[in-house]
Design a protein around this ligand. Structure first.
Ligand code: SAM
Ligand code: SF4
Length: 343
């Protein structure tokens, strides 16, 4: 990436006008950047048949395009980026992407989400490339159930990865567990116990309906309130929201080392605290996980000279973000599965 303009001059977070906001006053500080749609797992709620190559799909963003997009968002005051996918670590240039994004002036936190594949071997390299926070998907602590959910008998490997991440010194490690009625709801207590003994956060995520998983959703969706009832019964207390926190509600317990969060998109007011925007692996801006096909930014990513135009376009498009999703009306938007937009 050429550096024709002095990047530090473009580090705007301190400037009062460097804010990305929408028509209802939500402020966006967090970008989820999908690096690829490709995944090697076959999670039942996401890609039950595995990843299928789509004919005519545009190429993934290059490292240069990624650098430009993140620089433009950083000019608008955005300071946190999450690398996701598909499985982002399947990109051969993952470490280079991480180094590029983490060195953009104004980006103070680089996070990633992974299914844990190769985490045991790569945790330290990813940390050294500038990733400071890592979310690891872990829907079950039972090897057979893990294998049924993901299509891979790799629970041991992922658990070794969690330990490697702890040793590598990430500032934040979160485990993501998708709640599924009749699948992993019988092991909530074991999972709560797992984090009670470790300095980790566990997030229970309500399974979300997408275009491809309507019947799975109907059968398996379990409200996050089920976990909340269980936590409160076990003496866990709801924590006050940190400023700028996302939509998870968080619980802690005086005797527990870890914390537990619940992400419940079907709950009232979920959208009111939305502070994130998404970029798909082919450079489309998605204003909502459950919105339409995304807005193409790629023509403005081809050279550094288009940066001002890119900033203006991002600002104008973000202003049009809808106040809330339409999940309650049964409308989950155009997203076929979350691997296509980064979850
Ligand atoms: N492959 C990586 C992984 O699984 O961690 C990153 C991408 S994945 C799409 C990001 C997150 O979305 C994961 O924690 C996954 O469990 C979650 N997810 C995928 N499909 C979902 C769905 N339909 N409902 C709720 N969460 C989902
Ligand atoms: Fe792959 Fe992640 Fe989707 Fe599972 S949730 S199929 S690991 S993209």
């Amino acid at each position: 990436m050429s550096d024709a303009r002095p990047r530090d001059v473009l580090t705007f977070p301190e400037r009062p006008d460097a804010q990305l906001t929408d028509s209802v006053g939500r402020r966006f500080e967090y970008l989820r950047l999908s690096l690829t749609d490709v995944c090697n797992f076959r999670c039942t709620y996401c890609l039950p048949e595995g990843y299928r190559k789509q004919c005519g799909k545009p190429a993934e963003l290059s490292v240069e395009e990624i650098g430009r997009i993140v620089s433009a968002f950083a000019r608008l005051g955005l300071w946190k980026v999450r690398l996701t996918g598909g499985e982002p670590t399947l990109r051969r240039d993952f470490d280079e992407v991480a180094r590029t994004v983490s060195s953009v002036p104004g980006i103070r936190r680089l996070a990633m989400t992974t299914n844990g594949y190769r985490l045991a071997e790569r945790a330290q390299a990813w940390r050294d490339s500038g990733v400071s926070a890592i979310n690891i998907s872990l829907d079950s602590l039972d090897p057979a159930r893990f294998s049924t959910i993901t299509g891979h008998d790799r629970l041991d490997e992922v658990l070794r990865g969690v330990e490697a991440a702890r040793a590598a010194g990430f500032e934040s490690i979160k485990l993501n567990a998708v709640l599924m009625r009749g699948v992993n709801d019988g092991e909530l207590e074991a999972m709560i116990d797992f984090v009670a003994q470790r300095d980790l956060s566990l997030r229970f995520i309500e399974v979300m309906r997408t275009n491809d998983n309507a019947s799975f959703f109907a059968e398996r969706h379990l409200p996050g309130q089920t976990v909340i009832d269980q936590l409160e019964g076990l003496g866990w207390n709801r924590r006050a929201r940190d400023p700028g926190a996302g939509p998870a509600v968080e619980y802690c317990h005086p005797q527990a080392k870890g914390r537990i969060g619940i992400i419940a998109p079907y709950s009232k007011d979920f959208c009111a605290s939305c502070n994130r925007l998404r970029i798909s692996s082919d450079g489309r801006l998605h204003l909502c996980l459950f919105g339409d096909g995304g807005l193409d930014l790629r023509p403005l990513l081809q050279d550094d000279a288009s940066e001002d135009a890119l900033v203006d376009r991002i600002r104008a498009l973000t202003a049009t973000k809808a106040p809330a999703h339409r999940l309650h009306q049964g409308n989950s938007g155009a997203t076929p599965h979350l691997a296509s937009i980064g979850g």
